[in-house]
Design a protein around this ligand. Structure first.
Ligand code: HEM
Ligand SMILES: *[C@@H]1O[C@H](CO)[C@@H](O)[C@H](O)[C@H]1NC(C)=O
Ligand SMILES: *[C@@H]1O[C@H](CO)[C@@H](O)[C@H](O)[C@H]1NC(C)=O
Ligand SMILES: *[C@@H]1O[C@H](CO)[C@@H](O)[C@H](O)[C@H]1NC(C)=O
Length: 484
């Protein structure tokens, strides 16, 4: 009797652990308790694209007990990103750890908190010059410093960390109002731990998301400690800056974003339901900082890497820069509309090696539909941007680096609606304008001055890049020969 009860119980538990909801998108089997934990760790976006060859553009897949949907290809992605019921974010144990059990900030929040904080951040960062002309001088200073640092070195230079320092300074000018010396060890450490953390993390959820206690038993093997180390370093850095700002705050003349937020906190002091508090400030700045500094430098690194590998592309950029800008001043935003070929190269770089092959995971805030399938509330939804940019049926030869695909026969720039390296819709990257502008100025500034070739002493296996939360460049070194 007892045995029968136990068996029935077991069967019931198993049943609920292998069952998928009615109308759930097709996908690999859901095994009891573990789901389908067999996605490749490295370059998971490629594995996801292959799954769509088998199951169709919308793939349903379980990570542990968590239902997930992976959206591949343009049509399905367009529908998903336009559906506001899919604009939530799933719970994230790493962020709860960071924010003391809560979820704050902007990247991982949803609902009213997210809306209010995103609107406030965008509005005030724009007023400070985010992605605008007034920010150009800061970027030009960074380019000049970087050129000074590289110029005259005969050995191969590793650009990644150097560019990370530039990207961080560009962001910090608006957020924290100061500029760090390029050799500031604190800043270099921060850039390096952030890189390690981003490389060790996984967009699609790690083993820690499936079995949370594992972080205590295997902090190293589960990569939990590496991921958290980078996150804690960022928050500690922001916390320190907030303390300094509080000590010197003049609410009548805010110097930067942190001051503006602190001023808003004072204004809303008597509102007992305000979302403006110090914990939110630290989480918000940590989010923007983490989302912006590594991605920014990756894009420039990839663009330089491709130029070094394709000298004929580099020659055309040099010719264009010489004829449009000359050599007496740095390229500026005003030149941008005339630097058509250069723009096509950067677009092609984003297509092949965008820093975000996958969006940040979205989440269904209520039951909804996608391409006719049922998406139950709280399902995690990841859009595979890589699958759009590498769609063979559309691009023909997606594997080739061929900037000309973004040029019209008359030589003008061909805009393509499918190029959405920053996402689309209400969750679109908050830093897009800043990222595009700093990529343009850093890249053209370096290209105007240098002729890059690969340093063969550092072997890198291929240009696929390194996976993780974002896609980073492989480790490589270049010789930078001055052109003048
Ligand atoms: C080349 C560089 C960058 C790329 C390719 C990129 C791409 C993306 C993508 C694909 C998303 C997710 C969209 C979604 O969830 O659907 C995102 C979100 C975000 N990005 Fe970026 N990004 C870049 C640089 C930056 C920079 C420089 C900043 C800040 C200064 C930034 C801040 C953010 C934030 C705050 C979010 C979350 C927005 C939200 O959840 O509402 N990003 N980015
Ligand atoms: C980034 O982190 C990875 C993984 O830890 C490491 O192999 C790589 O060398 C780092 N890159 C830089 C530029 O520090
Ligand atoms: C930990 O991160 C490294 C890259 O830094 C990666 O190669 C490895 O697969 C990750 N381990 C786990 C368990 O995710
Ligand atoms: C805030 O104050 C209002 C009115 O005084 C009260 O009704 C409400 O419950 C308070 N909310 C919180 C979160 O304490």
């Amino acid at each position: 009797m007892l045995l029968v009860v136990a068996l029935v119980l077991l069967a019931t538990i198993l049943y609920y652990n292998v069952r998928k909801p009615a109308g759930f998108p097709p996908g690999p089997p859901r095994y009891p308790f573990i789901g389908y934990p067999f996605l490749e760790k490295h370059l998971v976006h490629k594995h996801m694209q292959r799954l769509s060859d088998t199951y169709g553009p919308v793939v349903g897949i379980y990570f542990g007990p968590q239902p997930n949907v992976i959206v591949n290809g343009w049509e399905a992605a367009k529908e998903a990103l336009a559906n506001n019921d899919l604009n939530g974010r799933p719970d994230n144990p790493f962020i709860r750890y960071r924010d003391g059990g809560l979820i704050k900030g902007v990247v991982f929040t949803e609902g009213e908190l997210w809306k209010e904080q995103r609107r406030f951040s965008l509005h005030n960062f724009r007023n400070l010059g985010f992605g605008k002309r007034s920010h150009e001088a800061v970027m030009h200073d960074e380019v000049q410093e970087l050129i000074k640092e590289i110029e005259g070195t005969d050995e191969g230079v590793e650009l990644q960390v150097k560019l990370g320092v530039s990207a961080t300074n560009i962001l910090w000018a608006l957020m924290g109002g100061t500029r760090f010396h390029r050799s500031d060890q604190k800043l270099i450490d921060l850039v390096e731990s952030l890189n390690k953390s981003v490389r060790a993390g996984e967009v699609s959820g790690s083993i820690v998301d499936i079995i949370p206690p594992i972080r205590h038993f295997l902090p190293k093997d589960s990569n939990f400690s590496i991921v958290m180390d980078g996150m804690y370093k960022v928050t500690a850095f922001i916390q320190e800056a907030v303390l300094e700002h509080k000590a010197t705050l003049d609410t009548s003349s805010p110097r930067d974003f942190i001051d503006i937020f602190l001023t808003e906190m004072q204004k809303q002091k008597s509102n007992n339901e305000t979302t403006f508090n110090e914990q939110q400030l630290v989480a918000l700045c940590s989010d923007i900082f983490s989302a912006g500094s590594e991605t920014g430098s990756s894009s420039v690194s990839f663009a330089i890497l491709f130029c070094a590998l394709y000298p004929e592309v580099m020659n055309k950029i040099h010719e264009e820069l010489d004829s449009v800008v000359g050599r007496d001043r740095l390229p500026s935003l005003d030149d941008r509309p005339k630097l058509v070929y250069t723009e096509a190269v950067l677009t092609e770089m984003f297509r092949l090696r965008g820093a975000a092959p996958l969006t940040v995971p979205h989440c269904a805030v209520r039951d909804t539909k996608l391409q006719g399938y049922n998406i139950p509330a709280r399902t995690m939804v990841i859009v595979n941007l890589y699958s759009i940019q590498m769609d063979k049926k559309y691009w023909g030869d997606p594997e080739n680096f061929r900037p000309e695909r973004f040029l019209n026969p008359d030589g003008s720039l061909r805009k393509d609606e499918r190029m959405i390296p920053f996402g689309k819709g209400r969750r679109v990257c908050l830093g897009e304008s800043l990222a595009r502008m700093s990529l343009f100025l850093l890249f053209t500034g370096l290209m105007q001055k240098f002729f890059f070739t690969i340093d063969p002493s550092v072997h890198f296996p291929d240009t696929e890049g390194r996976g993780g939360v974002t896609l980073g460049p492989p480790r490589f070194k270049v010789f930078a020969k001055s052109r003048f």
